[in-house]
Design a protein around this ligand. Structure first.
Ligand SMILES: C[S@@+](CC[C@H](N)C(=O)[O-])C[C@H]1O[C@@H](n2cnc3c(N)ncnc32)[C@H](O)[C@@H]1O
Ligand code: SF4
Length: 427
């Protein structure tokens, strides 16, 4: 097993999405897609595909420094899309909100207020009463923007720091200086949940420099940390750098995890750590295994139980630009690109979302939901004994399994998803 096969943050990955073919070739209306879906407990995700820089390692759907006129066109289209989706789901109740990117705080205060108004005015969400998360970056986490977010009830703010060591930042193509990062982290005080993203496995990183970044981050006592192993994928600017760094990533994972566990954090997933005294604003009703996500914006995914859909996916600058320019002209009434989840794929998705987190897979809940024993459907649960162990009704990752989550997850992908993702021509 390769410990760094793929990060399973959503199954299936967008590289498995394709144009939706209907037998009658008629377009698929949004209203049909949502017709029989529960809509009393939905997640609203808004994607802002803009950044003030394009980092060498990043493969997210985003573009650096678009023309101001384009930002306005994008926000107009976003508003239009929100109205169309709301009209198709007039009775939808939103239980959780996230604004991500890219870098949502690339937008100025007035523009950000427009984005918040989509949730508040179009979807009638009282942001003070549901969990709301927003992503930011060191350069754009200004007091004005953060004050606006906090006033509107945003309770979680997440910043990409990646590293506090200059040579490491240069090595991954991230232009950033520590005084700017520290100013941003100070500006974030006052949010109930502050998250810092850091990256390990950087070719310029040693165990000592990794620990130095972790210590630097902990000086701000963040409620959460995400430790990401570096991935280098095609078209992210570092593709040619061929290094066998699995061992480095595994040992830096161990070092980072041990350090955080010894310093008052508990581990939720391979990447996610939470300060032990921190109680996140929980949504008592929303379960991450229950699908139901409305994605707004170019690059956002939407999930019903049996269909995941989005706009097209790319990473390269000109392909992202083409997709964005096409997207702002759309009428948003139909769904034309995505992935249909049959019963088998729904089971895989449920299993992956549970198994890769600390709670593990509750076999009884799986049986109650799907009417089948997970171990009968997925013999890998019994075979991968180094990585997965049974505790009563629960299947949980072992310590090694947690470290190798990016290998264990893909072991449960279907053949179809593997083939589609392997065939996907990333542009
Ligand atoms: C939307 S960004 C964070 C917010 C903001 N745009 C910033 O960079 O400051 C999401 C996070 O994913 C992680 N990430 C993205 N691409 C990665 C890669 N190739 N390898 C490891 N981590 C990656 C980074 O830690 C990054 O902070
Ligand atoms: S890491 Fe953040 S700032 Fe850099 S390109 Fe990706 S989304 Fe933008």
């Amino acid at each position: 097993m390769n410990p760094y096969t793929a990060y399973t943050y959503a199954y299936p990955h967008k590289t498995a999405y394709r144009p939706i073919q209907r037998t009658d070739n008629a377009p698929l209306p949004l209203t049909t897609v949502w017709a029989n879906e529960p809509r009393d407990n939905l997640f609203l995700y808004i994607h802002i595909p803009f950044c003030e820089m394009r980092c060498g390692f990043c493969n997210l759907f985003t573009t650096a420094n678009p023309a101001q006129s384009f930002t306005q066109r994008y926000l107009d289209a976003l508003w239009r899309q929100a109205e169309v989706v709301r009209a198709a789901l007039p009775d939808a109740t939103i239980a959780q909100v996230a604004i991500g990117g890219g870098t949502p705080t690339y937008l100025d205060v007035d523009e950000l207020a427009r984005v918040l108004a989509i949730a508040e005015d179009i979807f009638a969400v009282d942001l003070a009463t549901v969990p709301v998360s927003v992503e930011t970056s060191p350069q754009t986490a200004t007091p004005e923007r953060l004050a606006l977010l906090r006033e509107h009830g945003v309770d979680r703010i997440s910043i990409g720091v990646q590293s506090f060591v200059q040579i490491e930042l240069n090595g991954i193509g991230r232009s950033q200086r520590n005084p700017i990062v520290e100013r941003a982290l100070n500006n974030m005080r006052g949010f109930p949940t502050r998250n810092i993203d850091l990256i390990y496995g950087n070719p310029h990183q040693t165990e000592a420099s990794w620990l130095a970044s972790l210590r630097h981050a902990l000086a701000f006592a963040p409620e959460q940390l995400y430790l990401y192993p570096l991935y280098v994928r095609p078209l992210t600017g570092m593709d040619k750098m061929q290094q066998a760094w699995n061992d480095q990533r595994l040992s830096q994972y161990q070092c980072g995890r041990d350090f955080l566990l010894a310093n008052g954090y508990r581990q939720q997933t391979m990447r996610h750590f939470e300060r032990v005294d921190h109680v996140p604003q929980a949504n008592a009703h929303y379960s991450c295994q229950e699908d139901g996500m409305i994605g707004l914006g170019c690059g956002a995914r939407s999930y019903t139980r049996s269909l995941h859909y989005s706009s097209e996916y790319a990473v390269g600058r000109s392909s992202v630009r083409d997709i964005l320019h096409d997207w702002v002209k759309r009428d948003f009434q139909h769904v034309d690109y995505g992935f249909v989840l049959d019963e088998d794929e729904q089971q895989r998705r449920y299993l992956l979302k549970s198994l890769l987190s600390a709670e593990g897979l509750d076999g009884e809940k799986f049986v109650a939901r799907f009417g089948v024993d997970p171990a009968k459907q997925f013999p890998q649960l019994l075979e991968l004994t180094d990585y997965i162990q049974r505790h009563g009704a629960h299947w949980r990752l072992t310590e090694k399994g947690l470290a190798w989550s990016d290998g264990v997850g893909p072991a449960f992908y279907s053949e179809r998803v593997r083939e589609l993702s392997a065939e996907f021509a990333l542009s």
